[in-house]
Each structure stands twice: as structure tokens, then as C-alpha cells.
Design a protein around this ligand. Sequence first.
Ligand SMILES: Nc1nc2c(ncn2[C@@H]2O[C@H](COP(=O)(O)OP(=O)(O)OP(=O)(O)O)[C@@H](O)[C@H]2O)c(=O)[nH]1
Length: 205
Amino acid sequence: MPPMLGLVLAGGQAQRLGGGDKGLLAIGGRPILSRVLDRLAPCAAVILSANGDPARFAAFGLPVVADDVPGFAGPLAGVLAGLDWAAAHRPDLAHVLSAPADCPFLPGDLPGRLHTAAWDAGRPLACAGSGGRRHPVVALWPVALRHDLRRAVADERLHKVGAWMDRHGVALAEWPDAPFDPFLNVNTPEDFSAAERIAAAHPHA
Ligand SMILES: Nc1nc2c(ncn2[C@@H]2O[C@H](COP(=O)(O)OP(=O)(O)OP(=O)(O)O)[C@@H](O)[C@H]2O)c(=O)[nH]1
């Protein structure tokens, strides 16, 4: 597996949970962000995509990169900031692996499986899937596509990330969604309760 940059997407508003940083919420006694960082351990470096005061993430000791697309909000802005950061600071890393800060149970083989899926299919991008759904925020992105992604973000007609991925060619790496979905993300209080139940039943998840 070539070295890659891990990018944790933590720049959302968490409106469905009443605000705050979902990554700092504890599931099974550990912040979701710590769980995500464990899964990104094979990456050569990891950065955090977040907006506002970076001091709230100081305990994690990671570079914090803010979105820089005026008037655009959404995970794609964070992906773009991560790709730009890689190009500027780590030109030795050709790929960025993105993972959201609100997914407590990401699979342990995430980096390797995404890389293998892209390589085997001869596609520039790879995206995770489970339960018949794609999860475009959990994906492998070539740094070289950042200019095209910036154009897509600037053009309202091109905002659909799935369509953008399909246009460039994306491999799908799928995981089983039983006994629980490894891509369960904590969006609502009900998701939070479900995640706590999973953590209690699967202490090593
Ligand atoms: N950098 C960045 N990340 C984002 C942005 N919006 C969402 N994310 C991240 O992308 C992932 C999925 O986000 P969502 O759950 O769809 O959105 P959210 O804003 O976190 O939550 P809601 O406000 O409840 O929709 C989360 O890890 C977010 O932190 C954004 O504008 N910029």
C-alpha cells in the first residue's frame, strides 16, 4: 500500500444533535474521534478538517485545516481542503483517505481494502459501501484530482459527489452490515443510543 494522508472530516454543524462536535462525543467511553484515528493508524500522516477554533482539538495533536470554499458547506469542502493540504505539505503522498468524525465503528482494514479496490479495478478513486449503499465520505481520493474537484465545488450543477466520482471512475469496497453496520454514523440522538448499544455488545468494535 503506498503511503497516504488520513483526513478526518469534522467540519459539520451537527444540527440534528443540537450542535457541537460529534467527534468529541464518547461512545463506549471513548471519543468517536479517537476511534476513527485508530483506524487511520496505517496512514503516513493524519490531519483534521474542522472549522472554528482549532484549540478544542488540541488534545489530539493533529494539524487542523479549515474549509476555504466561500459560500459552500459540506464534506466536499473538507475533502478539498485536505487534498490542497497534501499538495502543499506532503507532496510525497499521492492519495488522501477521508473518514468522518462521526463513525465510531469503522472497519480495521479500511485503508488496505480501499487501496486494493482502486488498484484491482484500475480506478483513481475508491469508496466504501455497506448494506447496498455507498459512503462517499469514506473514500480514497487522488491529490491530482483536486483542481477538478475545486471546479465541481464551485459549480452548483456538479455538487453531487457520487456523480463526480462516477465521472472519474470509482471502485467500490463493500463490507457486511451485520452484526452491525461499520459505517453507522451518529447523526441523531437515536443513532447515539444505537451506537452505545453496539459498543456495549461489541467491546472491540
Ligand atoms: N470540513 C467539513 N466537514 C463537514 C462539513 N459538513 C459536514 N462535514 C463532516 O462530514 C461528515 C458527515 O456530515 P453530516 O453528518 O452529513 O453533517 P453534519 O453537519 O455533521 O450534521 P448535521 O448538521 O446534523 O447535518 C461529518 O463528519 C461532518 O463533520 C463541512 O461543511 N466541512
